[in-house]
Write a protein that binds this ligand. Structure first.
Ligand SMILES: Nc1ccn([C@@H]2O[C@H](COP(=O)(O)OP(=O)(O)OP(=O)(O)O)[C@@H](O)[C@H]2O)c(=O)n1
Ligand SMILES: C[C@](O)(CO)[C@H](O)COP(=O)(O)O
Length: 250
């Protein structure tokens, strides 16, 4: 049994920041990605429910597309969400990193552990969320869920002209590689310092903590925590939801 299903250690509270302000260019034209429906419910609501399913999470900060903050607030009001969880909505920025920073900026005092979770990973199981929180509670300053890779990975010299063949530079040893997911979990002070210190644009929050010289640890991720990025991912997400409904017997 995860430690997280037990009451929080006295005074230790966990908040989740959900960056949801991206357009979803790779998914194709349409509404901002987080507002697109999966089986009739916006992807963002699935992601919020997934994080709020953890009994340890008592605050969820949604970082919304700047023109859609009112709509996001209405969606949160319209969908059944746990009463023990508080919600805040703030407008996002130009990059994922800036959006996460905006979420961190509005966190009230008293939250010592912060999770950062992509709205684009709507189906993460609660056990994965709890495993990340457990590892932060155990003392890691930064924790990422990750999976081994199925494909061999090549480092290439990127083509200068699109479509040109790309020369391979190296083949990293696959057994040492992991595909990193979210939620990523942090000691709050560490994550805030990373966002204040690191100025290059990076693709995840944990790599900012690596740049501080601190150790980031990996816990097992989950296949269902995949990121909805391209159109085929929508088909997969709806298939996962259909399988869950069958397994739940309704
Ligand atoms: N300016 C941005 C860009 C991204 N995100 C969020 O960061 C997460 C991961 O980003 P990604 O999957 O790349 O989403 P998009 O940026 O929307 O996708 P694309 O690159 O295809 O436009 C998503 O939940 C997305 O909403 C954000 O909050 N603010
Ligand atoms: C944070 C992340 O989901 C970890 O895999 C990923 O780096 C986000 O990348 P994106 O290109 O912004 O989707």
């Amino acid at each position: 049994m995860s430690d997280v299903s037990r009451p929080s250690p006295a005074g230790v509270r966990t908040a989740a920041v959900i960056p949801a302000a991206g357009r979803g260019v790779r998914l194709g034209p349409g509404a901002p990605k987080a507002l697109r429906a999966l089986n009739g419910t916006p992807m963002l609501i699935h992601a919020v429910r997934a994080l709020a399913a953890s009994r340890a999470v008592s605050l969820v900060v949604v970082v919304a597309p700047p023109d859609e903050t009112a709509e996001v607030k209405s969606l949160l009001d319209a969908h059944a969400l746990p009463e023990r969880t508080d919600f805040l909505v703030v407008p996002g920025g130009e990059s994922r990193q800036e959006s996460v920073k905006r979420g961190l900026d509005v966190l009230p005092p008293g939250y010592d552990i912060v999770l950062v979770h992509d709205a684009a990973r709507p189906l993460v199981p609660v056990d994965t969320v709890d495993a990340v929180i457990d590892a932060v509670r155990a003392g890691a300053p930064a924790v990422v869920p990750a999976l081994p890779l199925a494909d061999t990975v090549k480092e290439v010299e990127p083509a200068r002209t699109p479509g040109e063949p790309e020369p391979v530079l190296a083949t990293p040893e696959r057994a040492r590689l992991r595909a990193v997911q979210t939620p990523q979990g942090f000691d709050r002070e560490t994550l805030v310092r990373a966002h204040e210190t690191v100025t290059d644009n990076v693709t995840d929050d944990a790599s900012m903590v690596e740049q501080l010289g601190l150790t980031v640890v990996v816990v097992p991720g989950h296949e269902e925590a995949f990121k909805v990025t391209r159109p085929l991912d929508l088909v997969l997400a709806e298939a996962v939801l259909a399988r869950r409904r069958l397994n739940d017997g309704f």
